[in-house]
Design a protein around this ligand. Structure first.
Ligand code: AMP
Length: 415
């Protein structure tokens, strides 16, 4: 788990701000759910999922309830839907931390953040297209260029079940030719064997049955509509028949966004899909759902690698240097801030030299200096820090008007 310090933390806030801007304009409202849920909310995601079986931070609380820190947010959204029963289609977005007990490395942390959207109550393949297009637009707003989109369909639940049987038969017949780890995976979740990166498994994976051969007409038509919609928006994608994604609840469309600059084990920037059975599993009415979650930590690493969306420290307008030890700096900074200037000051009555050093380091455009002479005369010295004109003494009551005129001047100079 990490500390995120300024100015990096400011970038995180801007990141969620840009995300909210993109999705709010498409009709999504923010849903805020608790960090903790009843353990059952997550075990319904699927008991063959590592996220649930191995990586959950779960514990018994003082009221003897078995609860867990959320490992992802889709289950919480569906739980909230089942409880609140809002009108459909319900279009929500979220942002916040998730917790998974994974082996930490670059791009993989035990506490990580996601932003995401979910739509509950509509089956329309055009909605899958909308959801993917919004993530696409968001990456463009960040300035990321090396993002690839891969899509697949897992078919209807029946198609998927028949496919899983075929995979099981295929990999079981291979016996010891399959890696020991994959044999263990096979017992829990045959689909996930397709995810294996082990060299020895590759020929068997390449020869495995293809999901497309198991699609019902309905599933095939749904998938075709999604692909046609993506083409109509000029969104580039590749169909990847081996894409299965980690969580068990997916049905039909699934997709993943991959970054071009990250190690292959951590290159998934985000992903999502349809999960038409999850609300029902959580005690709600049968409700189709589709959405995605994008990893904030990893996407920002990709931004660093591509040199886009940099952290920008807040630009200070004024730094107040007061060596009189009284209340001048207190009242002046307060007036400045109330008038909308970004203002900071020196503390602990440090020397003029020390405070000027701080003023310099702060990056402020202007230092306002109060010494004993100024205090006696009721003035302050206004000193431009970046060589924009000479320093002048200004009457204490004229500070705001003087600064405003400097800002105007500054603006005209830059135009
Ligand atoms: P998932 O919920 O597993 O589909 O993950 C969606 C996205 O969340 C991934 O593509 C990653 O960007 C991010 N993510 C998942 N797990 C982690 C983790 N342990 N650390 C950092 N980011 C993660």
């Amino acid at each position: 788990m990490r500390d995120i310090l300024p100015p990096e933390s400011g970038r995180w806030r801007q990141f969620t701000g840009v995300f909210a801007d993109v999705v709010e304009r498409a009709g999504y409202g923010q849903l805020m759910t608790p960090l903790l849920e009843d353990l059952g909310v997550f075990t319904r995601i699927g008991d063959a999922t590592d996220v649930v079986t191995k990586e959950m931070y779960d514990f018994v609380d003082k009221g003897e309830r078995h609860i867990a820190l959320r490992p992802e947010m889709t289950a919480s959204v569906c739980r909230a839907f089942a409880e609140q029963r809002p009108t459909t289609p319900w279009k929500v977005f979220y942002s916040g931390s998730n917790f998974r007990y994974e082996k930490p490395q670059r791009g993989r942390y035990r506490q990580f953040d996601q932003v995401g959207i979910e739509v509950l109550g509509a089956d329309d393949p055009n909605l899958d297209v909308e959801v993917i297009a919004l993530a696409w637009e968001f990456y463009a707003r960040l300035g990321l260029r090396q993002v690839t989109l891969i899509v697949n369909s897992l078919g209807e639940p029946d198609d998927r079940a028949r496919y899983v049987e075929a995979l099981l038969a295929h990999f079981t017949a291979a016996g010891a030719a399959l890696s020991e780890q994959s044999r263990a995976t096979l017992e829990r979740n045959p689909l996930r064997v397709l995810d294996s990166k082990r060299e020895i498994d590759q020929p068997l994976i390449a020869a495995a049955p293809q999901i497309a051969d198991f699609y019902s007409d309905e599933a095939a038509a749904h998938f075709e509509s999604v692909l046609a919609g993506l083409r109509s928006l000029d969104i580039e994608f590749a169909v990847e028949p081996k894409l299965v994604r980690g969580l068990d609840y997916y049905r039909r469309t699934i997709f993943e966004f991959q970054g071009g600059t990250l190690d292959s084990a951590q290159n998934a920037l985000g992903g999502g899909g349809r999960y038409d059975g999850l609300v029902e599993a959580l005690g709600g009415p049968a409700t189709p759902g589709v959405g995605f979650a994008l990893g904030v930590d990893r996407t920002l690493l990709a931004c660093d690698d591509e040199g886009v969306f940099p952290a920008e420290p807040v630009q200070l307008d004024v730094f107040v240097v007061d060596v009189t030890g009284g209340l001048e700096a207190v009242t002046i900074t307060s007036e400045l801030r109330a008038a909308g200037f970004a203002a900071d000051r020196g503390y602990d009555n440090r020397s003029m030299k020390a405070q000027m050093k701080l003023a310099n380091r702060s990056g402020a455009r202007i230092a306002l200096i109060v010494g004993d002479d100024e205090l006696a005369a009721g003035t302050v010295v206004v000193k431009p820090m970046h060589g924009e004109g000479d320093q002048v003494a200004v009457d204490r009551s004229e500070i705001l008007t003087h600064l405003a005129s400097l800002s105007d001047q500054n603006r005209t100079n830059h135009e």
